[in-house]
Design a protein around this ligand. Structure first.
Ligand code: FES
Ligand code: FE2
Length: 439
């Protein structure tokens, strides 16, 4: 496969593509820029790779990608989580696929085996290497390791760069959104519930991220879904009865996409360094099932329970690889595949210590909003695809992020704005340029 030539793109050329309130169309359609994004953004910064609950025991592993690099995320014998390149130290074969539990990794090609820290365990007919430069202690023969792996509240991130801000500094103010989702569990701990839904999008990865805090799109693109949700809600005899409350809440959330834009303006958005942001939420805290609220209250006390449930954020973005909807216990992971292909994986969480009803509501939300059978998502996918095609047009060069430009409030490095501001997109473009032009 020809490798796009990104060496022609100088830092000055990149700076000409991003202005404070608009970006050049080429950053969405140029394969050479995509290749440079993988190298300078995804293969350098902190990327979400797993939740600790997916790897409870030593030997538990899963496979994933960081940028273009195939990785194995595995729990080692000492309890630590390692991120290893999925590559045999002999002649380079990919070692494993999927997920599971192993005592060691064994290469299918010539049978070399590797421990779960990547070191060589055995090679067949070892004496063939006597007198050669081969040495099991030489890391050149191991599965290479990502230089940095760290976690926060069970969310595991890896960076393929040895240098750079530590995970906590990288997360900055958005760390409160990870607290938000974990704090909702009576035990303070959550676990991934099931394998994810996967959606292959025919658009650049940035279009998905730019949509997440874009309240101005909802009323227009989701018009038919909003109308149908409102009709179904009206037909439900009593949406507040326990049996129907979680369906009612989800339908009502779809309906709230039809909130007049003047009211959307009041929910607010906040942006942080490194491209992270969140928007205010529509969640109705009164819709929580009583057994769940009682369990949370018993574990945390009344005041803390109220504090936890009063946090109301819809989409939180941890740029560039994940987004959560804390009140609905949802996580989506962004894996760019090509300049116009993006894989999005949607996971749900169980709250450890909560009554089973809360997971029914989580699943109902996932089905209606984040699964391939969602009646909302096709609207967004259609819009993304149209934008992707529209950006091939050479006559128009720029993508506008002007809405409320100059009206953001800046304090302690964080930006806040009204709910319809294009602040999150400006913030992402700023982070993009910083990462792309960093030494
Ligand atoms: S390539 Fe893996 S053992 Fe030879
Ligand atoms: Fe949408």
């Amino acid at each position: 496969m020809p490798v796009p030539d990104s060496s022609r793109i100088s830092p000055d050329a990149l700076r000409r593509l991003v202005e404070p309130n608009r970006v050049h169309r080429s950053i969405y359609v140029d394969p050479a820029i995509f290749a440079l994004e993988m190298e300078r953004i995804f293969e350098r910064t902190w990327i979400y790779v797993a939740h600790e609950s997916q790897l409870p025991k030593p030997g538990d592993y899963l496979t994933t990608q960081i940028g273009r690099q195939p990785m194995v995320i595995v729990r080692h014998d000492d309890g630590s989580i390692r991120a290893l390149y999925n590559r045999c130290g002999h002649r380079g074969a990919r070692l494993v696929g999927g997920a599971g539990n192993v005592r060691h990794f064994r290469c299918c090609y010539h049978g070399w085996t590797f421990r779960t820290d990547g070191s060589v365990l055995s090679v067949p007919l070892r004496r063939g290497y006597d007198g050669t430069a081969f040495d099991v202690a030489d890391r050149a023969f191991w599965m290479p390791s990502a230089p940095r792996v760290d976690s926060y509240r069970g969310f595991v991130f890896a960076s393929l760069a040895a240098e750079g801000p530590d995970l906590r500094s990288f997360l900055d103010g958005i760390v409160t959104s990870l607290d938000d989702i974990a704090d909702r569990a009576p035990s303070g701990r959550i676990e991934i519930a099931d394998p994810p839904f996967r959606v292959l999008q025919r658009n650049n990865w940035k279009l998905f991220l730019e949509n997440l805090n874009d309240t101005m799109h909802a009323l227009s693109v989701h018009e038919s879904a909003i109308e149908s949700a409102r009709t179904q809600l009206a037909e439900m005899s009593d949406p507040e009865t326990p049996a129907d409350s979680w369906v009612g809440e989800t339908l009502s959330t779809i309906g709230k996409n039809g909130t007049p834009q003047s009211i959307m303006d009041r929910i607010g958005v906040a942006g942080f360094p490194h491209g992270h942001s969140f928007m205010g939420g529509f969640f109705n805290p009164d819709s929580y099932e009583r057994p769940y609220v009682a369990a949370l209250e018993q574990a945390r006390g009344t005041e803390r329970m109220r504090e936890i449930l009063s946090v109301n954020r819809h989409n939180s973005i941890i740029y560039p690889s994940m987004t959560i909807q804390a009140a609905y216990h949802q996580l989506r992971v962004i894996r760019p595949l090509a300049v116009d292909r993006t894989l999005v994986e949607a996971y749900t969480f169980r709250l450890i210590g909560a009554a089973p009803e809360s997971y029914r509501r989580t699943l109902a939300y996932a089905m209606l909003m984040n699964s391939p059978s969602s009646n909302m998502m096709p609207d967004d996918l259609e819009a993304f695809e149209r934008v992707q095609h529209g950006l091939d047009v050479r006559a128009g060069e720029w993508v506008s992020f002007h809405r409320n430009d100059g009206r953001d409030t800046v304090a302690d490095g964080a930006f806040t704005g009204t709910g319809t501001s294009e602040l999150p997109m400006r913030n992402q473009a700023r982070a993009w340029l910083e990462l792309m032009t960093a030494e």
